[in-house]
Design a protein around this ligand. Sequence first.
Ligand code: SER
Length: 317
Amino acid sequence: MKNILVIGSTGQIGSELAMHLRGIYGSEHVVAGYIPGAEPKGELKESGPSAIADVVNAQTIADAVKLYNIDTIYNLAALLSVVAESKPRLAWQIGIDGLWNILEIARENKCAVFTPSSIGSFGLETPHDMTPQDTVQRPRTIYGVSKVTTELLSDWYFHKYGVDTRSVRFPGIISYVTPPGGGTTDYAVDIYYYAVRGERFTCPIKAGTRMDMMYMPDALQAAQMLMEADPSRLKHRNGFNIAAMSFGPETIYEAIKAHKPGFEMVYDVDPLKQSIAESWPDMMDDTCARQEWDWAPKFGLEEMTADMLDKLTKKLL
Ligand code: SER
């Protein structure tokens, strides 16, 4: 039986991933790791164990791993791209020093480790259309630099010590449970909140700027499927391109307007977000993930929009 530690369990992805994994492996087998000041609440707190797991304090991770006999770690601790640009040292401490702590503990305790990479690991020189699995990775954000390093360090721990590291390059993740904070793709979440509240949305990204996006249920499925995949089929490890949909602001706006004809959007472009968005892929080629572990997304823009509007209406109104 698996015993799992989810680090960052109160963040956008972690909060839903912990509940998803509890549904599969049993609540008592999934520990919600958190940092002081961001304790689990509600269902996440009540449905299973939780423990302090602060990546910059290795002892807390080691204690949780030993106490709960952990064999698999999902490491969701990170600062997203925009906020990381203003706190680069902290972004590195969490993303890389923290990852080092986790990988060392994983080596000692024979744990598998999932630490997501991102579309942010690519840069301006990367082919933007059908971005290949193996291609140029020269990002100019500290977020991207830390994600490329995450991929390399995770691969190194696998080749050097046999630590079972695996990861995906997540697109922008769209969800309604816990809001993201400080990312370039956050607009594609925010826009639904404005639409449901009946407010005009001001978009920080220029029309025509396409980025890869994915609905949360597919992202959760991807993480869990990859960690369950037959290792003999894996030619890659860290990290797999995974794709579900690609759009610019004008396209998601039209998809929402099909449900809410009165919804209005204006543009007020944020230069930092725009420059980051322009450096990221328009659409990744996820052939390797499909071939090596049968990745296949379920949600496109229309299905996601209908579900987001429905769920957010129940949540907000
Ligand atoms: N959603 C992230 C960001 O915008 C990208 O992985 O920073």
